[in-house]
Design a protein around this ligand. Structure first.
Ligand SMILES: Cc1ncc(COP(=O)(O)O)c(C=O)c1O
Length: 467
C-alpha cells in the first residue's frame, strides 16, 4: 500500500538510541512522537555549541578577543535567521527572545492599537500563545472554523469586510499544533494588506517543517512578522525569534528596558538605540542564538523540500495504518491522500478510554512519548470534539474544584524529521494493544492532575541523569 521514499536522518540527532526503562522491567529505545512540543537537538547543534563554549564571552561591549568573537557569532546567527526566512535586513529585523510566546507578547505590546484601528483578527484554531497576548491589548475577533477544524476562509473574508478599517493586525498560525493543518498564509496576508492591516504568522509549528518566505515589504502577500521557537527546530537552548518589520520597533519605547537598549542615559533623559538591540534588554542568550543558526544550517543542507517530502511520506503511512486500530478516531483530516497541505501532527482518541490513560500506557509500557490533553488550544479542542457551551461550563466548574479526572482531550502524535516507518509501526501496534485491552499494567489516576501512573512502580530518573 505504501512505498516509503524515506531517508534515515536519525544519525543527525542526539540521544535517539537512549534506552529507557519499561514497566515490565525491560529497557527499550525511546520513541519520541511529541515533536510538536519540543524536538531533540541535532548533532550539528551540539557540536556548534560545544565549539563555541570554548570562546564564549560577553557580547556587544566587551573588548577582548572572546567578546569580539562572541559578538560576531551572535550577529552572524541573526543574519542567518533573517536569510532563512527570506527577510531583507534593510526592512526587517530579527529580535531574539525566549520563545514564540515571548516574542508574540512583544509584538502585542509594541504595535499601535490606539484609536480606531484596535482590532486584532485571529482564529479559533490558535495556540493560547497567539490568542491570550492579544486579548490583553486589543479588541480580539476570532475567525470561525469549519466542522473538521479548518480555518473558515469565508468567515475570514466576512469579518475582514465587516471590520475593514478597524483591523490593525491579522495574526494566524502557520500550522496548527493540534491537527497539523497548514493555513494559506500568503493569501490571507494579501487580504489583510488590502484593508490596511498588518499580517503576523505564528510559525512555531510551520518553521521546522516548511520553507517560509516573508517576501519583500512591497509584495502584496508579504508577512509583516513571524515568530518561531528554536526548541521546536532541533535547537533546544532557550531561544526564540521574531522576524519582522524594523520600522515598527524604531518608534516608541521598548516593552522592556535596561542594559543594551540605549544610546545614552542621563538622570532625566534616555535615548533608545536602534532595533534589534533596543528590543533585547539585558544580556542576550548568545548560545541559544548560535544553536538556532546551527540548526538552520543543517536544515538548509538537507533542504526544506526534502524535509517536507520525508514528513509527508511518514504522515501518509501513519494515517493509512491508524485506520486499522479498533475504536480509534482521528480528528481533523484523516485522509492519507492530503498530506502535502498538513504537518505530521495527528490527534486521536480511543473512544472507550481516557486520553490520560492511553498516554500513560504508551509511555510506561511501550516507551512512546506522545502528548495528551488540550495542547494549549482549549477553544480548538472543544470545537473538534464538539463540546457544547453547557458541557464546557461543567468542565470549567470541575477544574476549578480541583478535579481533572474527566478533562476532555485527545492524544497527539507528532513527527519530526528523524522519525521512521518503524516509529509509526511501534505506535500503531501499541495503540492496537491498548484499544483491545492487551496492556498489562494497573494504572491509577490522580484526580487533581488527571494523569495516570502505574500502581507500585516509578522509574528512578537519577539512574539516567543526575546533577
Ligand atoms: C502553534 C504554536 N504557537 C505557539 C507555541 C508556543 O511556543 P513556545 O512554548 O515555544 O513559546 C506553540 C507551542 O507548542 C505552538 O505549537
Amino acid at each position: 500500500m505504501f512505498t516509503p521514499h524515506l531517508n534515515d536522518y536519525r544519525p543527525l540527532f542526539v540521544g535517539l538510541d537512549a534506552q529507557i526503562p519499561l514497566l515490565d522491567g525491560r529497557c527499550y529505545r525511546y520513541t519520541n512522537l511529541d515533536n510538536a512540543a519540543s524536538t531533540p537537538p541535532m548533532k550539528a547543534v551540539q557540536q556548534a555549541v560545544n565549539d563555541f563554549l570554548v570562546y564564549y564571552s560577553s557580547v556587544h561591549r566587551g573588548t577582548g578577543f572572546k567578546s569580539q568573537l562572541s559578538t560576531q557569532a551572535y550577529e552572524q546567527s541573526r543574519q542567518m535567521v533573517l536569510r532563512f526566512f527570506g527577510a531583507n535586513p534593510s526592512d526587517h529585523t530579527c529580535i531574539f527572545g525566549k520563545n514564540t510566546t515571548e516574542v508574540i507578547n512583544k509584538v502585542a505590546r509594541r504595535i499601535s492599537l490606539a484609536g480606531k484601528r484596535n482590532i486584532v483578527l485571529t482564529s479559533g484554531m490558535e495556540h493560547h500563545s497567539n490568542d491570550l497576548p492579544w486579548r490583553a491589548v486589543a479588541n480580539v475577533i476570532h475567525v470561525g472554523l469549519t466542522a473538521d477544524g479548518m480555518l473558515d476562509e469565508d468567515d475570514f473574508d466576512a469579518k475582514l469586510a465587516r471590520f475593514t478599517d478597524q483591523v490593525a493586525l491579522v495574526t494566524i498560525t502557520g500550522a496548527s499544533n493540534v491537527t497539523g493543518y497548514i493555513n494559506p498564509i500568503h493569501r490571507l496576508a494579501e487580504k489583510a494588506h488590502a484593508v490596511g492591516a498588518m499580517m503576523m504568522v505564528d510559525c512555531a509549528q510551520l518553521a521546522p517543517h516548511r520553507l517560509i518566505d516573508m517576501l519583500p515589504l512591497d509584495h502584496p502577500a508579504h508577512l509583516d512578522f513571524i515568530a518561531i521557537s528554536a526548541h521546536k527546530m532541533y535547537a533546544p537552548f532557550g531561544t526564540g525569534a521574531l522576524v519582522g518589520r524594523k520600522d515598527i520597533f524604531e518608534h516608541g519605547d521598548p516593552d522592556m528596558s535596561g542594559g543594551g537598549t540605549v544610546e545614552i542615559v542621563t538622570l532625566d533623559h534616555v535615548v533608545w538605540t536602534e532595533p534589534p538591540e533596543k528590543e533585547e534588554a539585558g544580556s542576550p542568550n548568545t548560545v541559544g542564538a548560535i544553536a538556532l543558526a546551527a540548526a538552520i544550517r543543517q536544515l538548509e543542507t538537507i533542504g526544506m523540500n526534502q524535509v517536507a517530502r520525508h514528513e509527508a511520506a511518514l504522515t501518509r503511512y501513519a494515517l493509512e495504518r491508524l485506520q486499522a486500530v479498533p475504536s480509534l478516531k482521528i480528528f481533523g483530516d484523516s485522509s492519507p491522500s492530503n498530506v502535502e497541505d498538513r504537518l505530521g501532527v495527528i490527534p486521536v482518541e480511543i473512544t472507550h478510554l481516557s486520553h490520560f490513560l492511553v498516554a500513560a500506557i504508551l509511555g510506561y509500557e511501550y516507551g512512546i512519548g506522545v502528548r495528551s490533553g488540550c495542547f494549549c488550544a482549549h477553544p480548538y479542542i472543544l470545537h473538534l470534539i464538539g463540546l457544547s457551551s453547557e458541557q464546557a461550563a461543567e468542565v470549567r466548574r470541575r477544574i476549578i474544584e480541583g478535579d481533572r479526572s474527566d478533562m476532555p482531550g485527545l492524544i497527539r502524535a507528532s513527527f519530526g524529521l528523524y522519525n521512521t516507518i518503524e516509529d509509526v509501526d511501534t505506535l500503531v501496534k501499541a495503540l492496537f494493544d491498548v484499544s483491545t485491552g492487551k496492556y498489562k499494567g494497573k494504572f491509577i489516576q490522580d484526580k487533581v492532575t488527571g494523569e495516570y501512573s502505574p500502581v507500585g512502580w516509578q522509574p528512578d530518573y537519577t539512574q539516567y541523569f543526575k546533577l
